[in-house]
Write a protein that binds this ligand. Structure first.
Ligand code: XLS
Ligand code: NI
Ligand code: NI
Length: 476
């Protein structure tokens, strides 16, 4: 096995593995006993970090926004409503920095090295202080990130209920989940998948877990519910009945739709495509594959897509391509905002810092008229080597500012008008009587042959790609 293959096998899951099973091994020594195993935490989790404010592009303050100004109206909508930013609990509060070759590097002062219920509650308090100081309204979670697994399903559900009750209290009226989801990939029972497991009892267990996760998402006022099928795929077709597994997956999703309606949960159900990792081939490979699956099984009106930029590049597309494919199919529901590394071939889940990419992303979002009830979830984590508590804030501020610049750039491009005009002109031969006939499906081959003979060899104009790139660059 090449080193990169070993990494692929482990990397995406180190967060969950260390987060949910082990946790950082020790409590730091310099905390004067505050880091006991009691659920209470005295004082602030982030002392010295103020509420993050907008200071404008000339600010050099790392703990301030330079481009994201929540209340400012751009293209007819407040920035906060374009973005609906969300903090991902699993990265921000369960990420430890462990990788396949190395131990955890992050020892947050409030962690006691356990995965107890008391610790889960303390972590939840840290989550809401973080959200409040960052000034966002949403968070996202997996059931098992926020509450420890029990010995039985009933015990796991009881743990979850206890933590969720606290989360509900801490949320207040303003904050709620952008989405919730069930973790159907960490526990060994899911090694063959959940909905696509070859074992019926695992299918049932997964259904029970999703049922509960939809219930708590609904209880917390969540606006969406996500299905990410990390283990819904295969390692080898030799031992896999792909047709049967896909049918099972469709039945599973149908049952989720029925249950959502039964309990009156009006949130959008989202599928998050990813081509591989941890399985060699996941069934929801990319947006087009997932759209085809939903159409085949008559589920297209019941689901939308959660596009993750790093998954897009893993599938050989750009994030913009995946967003446009989803949008053109009426399926663009949410964005897991992150980015990969061009030199590393897996889901590195980095915070987006590329202004050009952010501008392309925002092009799709603006064309879609926004994402609500979806938003931008920072499915992104600090690098292993970033170990200060303030780095959590700096990373999110950087991600928010980058996307805010993207939105401002799109506004500039639309205002300037020359790029949309270039595209309009490129297709203007269809803005004619005969073009209209073609687009209305009224031009048959005999008619077109007559025209081709009448017009002779076509004169084909330039695509003006470099000009398009120049106009785009001028807006960045
Ligand atoms: C993993 C996925 C995961 C989903 C939620 O690659 O991005 O984090 O967003 O299960
Ligand atoms: Ni994701
Ligand atoms: Ni991912």
């Amino acid at each position: 096995m090449k080193p990169v293959e070993i990494l692929l096998l482990f990397l995406c899951f180190n967060v969950f593995t260390f987060g949910a099973i082990g946790g950082p091994p020790t409590c730091p020594a310099d905390l004067d006993g505050e880091c006991g195993d009691s659920g209470e935490w005295k004082g602030e989790f982030f002392p010295g970090i103020p509420k993050i404010k907008y200071e404008g592009p000339s600010s050099k303050n790392p703990l301030a926004f330079k481009w994201y100004n929540a209340e400012e109206v751009i293209l007819g909508k407040k920035m906060k409503d374009w973005f609906r930013f969300s903090v991902a609990f699993w990265h921000t509060f369960r990420g430890t920095g462990a990788d396949p070759f190395g131990a955890p590097t992050k020892y947050w002062p409030w962690e006691d090295g356990t995965n107890s219920l008391a610790m889960a509650k303390r972590r939840m308090r840290a989550n809401f202080e973080f959200i409040d100081k960052l000034g966002v309204d949403f968070w996202c979670f997996h059931d098992r990130d926020i509450a420890p697994d029990g010995k039985t399903l009933e015990e796991s559900n009881a743990n979850l209920d206890e933590v969720v009750a606290l989360a509900k209290e801490l949320q207040g009226s303003k904050i709620h989940p952008l989405w919730g989801t069930a973790q159907l990939f960490l526990h060994p029972r899911y090694m063959h998948g959940g909905a696509t497991s070859s074992e019926l009892s695992v299918y049932a267990y997964a259904a029970a877990q999703v049922k509960k996760a939809i219930e708590v998402t609904h209880y917390l006022g969540g606006e969406n519910y996500v299905f990410w099928g990390g283990r819904e795929g295969y390692q080898s077709l030799l031992n896999t009945d792909m047709g049967r597994e896909l049918d099972h997956l469709a039945r599973f999703l149908e049952a989720a739709v029925a249950y959502k309606k039964k309990i009156g949960f009006n949130g959008t159900l989202l599928i998050e495509p990813k081509p591989q990792e941890p399985t060699k081939h996941q069934y929801d490979w990319d947006a087009a594959t997932t759209a085809n699956f939903l159409r085949k099984y008559g589920l297209i009106g019941e689901f939308k897509l959660n596009i993750e930029c790093n998954h897009a590049t893993l599938s050989g597309h750009s994030c913009h391509h995946e967003l446009e494919t989803a949008r053109l199919n009426g399926l663009l529901g949410n964005i897991d905002a992150n980015t990969g590394d061009p030199q590393i071939g897996w889901d590195t889940d980095q915070f987006l810092t590329d202004i050009g990419e952010a501008t392309m992303v925002m092009f799709s979002v603006v064309k879609n008229g926004g994402l609500a009830p979806g938003g931008f979830n920072f499915d992104a984590k600090l690098r292993r080597e970033s170990t200060d508590v303030e780095d959590l804030f700096i990373a999110h501020i950087g991600g928010m500012d980058t996307l805010a610049r993207g939105l401002r750039n799109v506004a500039k491009i639309i205002e300037d008008g020359s790029l949309p005009e270039l595209v309009r002109k490129r297709y203007s031969s269809f803005d004619t009587e005969i073009g209209a006939l073609i687009e209305a499906g009224k031009a048959d081959f005999e008619f077109l042959e007559k025209k081709a003979i009448e017009w002779g060899e076509p004169k084909v104009p330039s695509a003006k790609q470099e000009l398009a790139e120049m106009i785009f660059q001028l807006a960045l």
